[in-house]
Every structure is written in C-alpha cells, then in structure tokens.
Design a protein around this ligand. Structure first.
Ligand code: ADP
Ligand code: MG
Length: 323
C-alpha cells in the first residue's frame, strides 16, 4: 500500500517527544532547539546508500539501526553526548510495511541512546538514508584527531575486523556456522556507538576517532592531523572469538589482519593516551568500565610502521601506508 508524503511523515516520523531541549520538533518549517547552557554543539552527518552501504532488500528495522548508530559513533568519537538528529529519507516508493519497520527500528534506537528525531526531508528516488546528529560537549573537552602527541600509547576499544568479516558473511564471501551468524549480523547492522567509553575518555585521552574506514586509514588521520606517525604491534590487535573461528582454517593470518587493519565498519574508538594516564585507564578497564587494548605508540617519524612479532609487516592494502 502506498501513502502520501504528509500522511507518511505524520504516521511514521511525528512523535510528540519532549526533553533534550526540544522546544518544537517535527511538523513546522524548522525545529526549535535549546542547547544545554555553556556547551558546544557537535554536528555530524552520514549517508547510507542502498547497495553501497547495505543491501537494498535488508530488514528495514536494521537499516534504520545502522544509519543512526554509525552517526552516533561520530558523536562518541568526538566525546559528545547525543541530543537530536534529522533524517533525510529517499524512497523508491512509500511502502507501509517498510516504513513501519524502519520507523520502529529508528525510534527504538533513538530512545536507547537518548537522541530525539526533530526533523527531516522525504523525497522519491533510489533508496538512501541521510542522518545528521547533533550532540553537546563542554568547550575544550572534545576529542580531536589533531591532538595526539609523540609517545602517546595507541588503544582501540572492543575488537577489530568484525565489520569487514560481517560484510563478507552478508555478501556470501565467507561462511559461518549458525552460532556466529547472529554475532556478525549484529556487528554489521547494530554497531555499538562507544558513547559510554567516550565519556570516560574525555579529559583522559589526547585524541580519538571512530574506526569506520579501517584502522590504518583512520589512524592515518590522527597521524596526519597531529603531524606524527605510529608504530603498531599487530599481534596485539584484538580479534573476536567469532572472527578467529571464521579464520581458523587459514594457513596464515593475512585475511584476519587485512580485515582488522583495512576492513572498516568496526565503529570502535581508536584513541591515544599520554603515558601519565595509563594507570587511570587500567583502573577503568579492570573495573569493567571500558574494554580497550593497547596496540602501539605514536612516533615523531611520519608513516605507520607495522610490526608482527617484531618483524616489519607490509599490510596487503599497502596503499594506506602513504601518509
Ligand atoms: P518543507 O516543505 O517546509 O521543507 P516538509 O514537508 O519537507 O516541509 O516537512 C514537513 C515537516 O516534516 C518538517 O518539520 C520536517 O522537518 C519534517 N519531516 C519531513 N520528512 C521527515 C522525515 N523523514 N523524518 C522526520 N521529519 C521529517
Ligand atoms: Mg522539506
């Protein structure tokens, strides 16, 4: 069944939500929003295009989750707390079942992370979803890519390579047993924005970003913008049990390392920490507040120097080494 544009907005995207400084939400020409006193707004936008960023026939509930979660990951990477988001939706048709599932996934996720939908735009065309998120951060507290210092230890939250492995599974390029299928589906569609972790890292880490394009490419941004390089100990890269199982029959570690280094879509935080803050981080890790693994150190020399058990390692996608 197909419905009109205004009925579509009213039925699926108009919710009378209050809180978070929403003075006026969806329905007028603009939303009216009151930012928290004295805080800066952090603003970010990501577009997901069907058959580029997700299969067009994917479960709409999961498409919505992924679209919002990858945006919230950018707020986490900045050390900002979610407030609001807007939604640019381009649809091939106004299908009620699709919209019902999409909006259900969207609002469930928005509620979970305390982020309010305050507006958007709806157009007809090839399926694509653009979300812009806005968050709040204390002046001076944002975690910048440009603030790493030589000697900082490099950490990542969670595990790496799952996003790329999940894409391979979804596209049928890798096979997993029933027990791990759900794990990889969640890695791809429901990446967890590291907002709680980011809250602990504010004031502790020098710099941070979220790993969306692959560790080498993203750490490369920190290197370039901080005028530094990095040395990585690849045997320390944290890999999940499902990823290890998936690669158990490989004759070497090339595939797992390629996924962890260059695969992308992990949405973990990569952050750099001054040596003086190591004890405090360790205390947080032991207390179960955040999960993070040390993988290397920032260096004064440009470039990313990868070592595997001490020996130089040239990653498959060596192109990413040009900084
Ligand atoms: P205008 O023609 O003034 O741009 P629209 O008809 O595009 O107005 O939108 C009407 C209202 O519905 C606005 O408040 C807009 O923010 C909201 N809106 C439109 N599309 C969406 C959407 N996909 N999600 C949330 N709000 C939307
Ligand atoms: Mg409009």
């Amino acid at each position: 069944m197909s419905i009109g544009e205004f009925e579509l907005i009213n039925r699926y995207f108009l919710r009378h939500q209050t809180g978070n400084g929403v003075v006026l939400g969806v329905g007028d020409d603009c939303a009216l929003l009151q930012p928290p006193a004295g805080r800066q707004l952090a603003v970010s936008m990501d577009t997901l295009v069907a058959d580029v960023h997700f299969p067009a026939d994917a479960d709409p509930e999961l498409i919505a989750e992924r679209a919002l979660r990858v945006n919230l990951s950018d707020l986490a990477a900045m050390g900002a707390e979610p407030l609001w988001f807007t939604l640019g939706l381009t649809l091939t048709e106004a299908d009620s079942d699709w919209l019902e599932a999409f909006s259900r996934g969207l609002f469930a996720c928005a509620e979970h992370y305390g982020c309010r939908l305050v507006g958007g735009d709806t157009t007809r065309g090839p399926l694509s979803i653009t979300i812009q998120v806005q968050g709040a951060v204390e002046p001076g507290a944002a975690l910048l890519r440009s603030a790493a210092e030589a000697g900082d230890r490099i950490f990542v939250t969670g595990t790496l390579g799952d996003g790329a492995a999940a894409l391979a599974v979804i596209q049928g390029r890798a096979a997993v047993g029933e027990s791990n299928a759900g794990y990889f589906r969640d890695c791809f569609y429901r990446p967890r924005p590291r907002l709680a972790e980011a809250a602990y890292l504010r004031g502790l880490a020098h710099s941070a970003l979220d790993v969306s394009d692959g560790l080498l490419a993203d750490l490369g941004h920190i290197c370039r913008q901080s005028g530094l390089g990095a040395r990585l100990q690849l045997e320390q890269l944290p890999l999940s049990d499902p990823l290890r199982e998936l690669c158990a029959d490989d004759t070497d570690q090339t595939r797992a390392l390629a996924w962890a280094l260059a695969g992308g879509d992990d949405y973990q935080l990569c952050f750099t920490l001054p040596e003086a803050a190591l004890d405090e981080l360790q205390t947080l890790i032991v207390a179960g507040k955040l999960e993070a693994t040390e993988i290397g150190v920032m260096t004064a020399e440009a470039g990313i120097d990868c070592r595997l058990h001490g020996a130089p390692y040239l990653p498959e996608q060596a192109g990413y080494r040009h900084f």
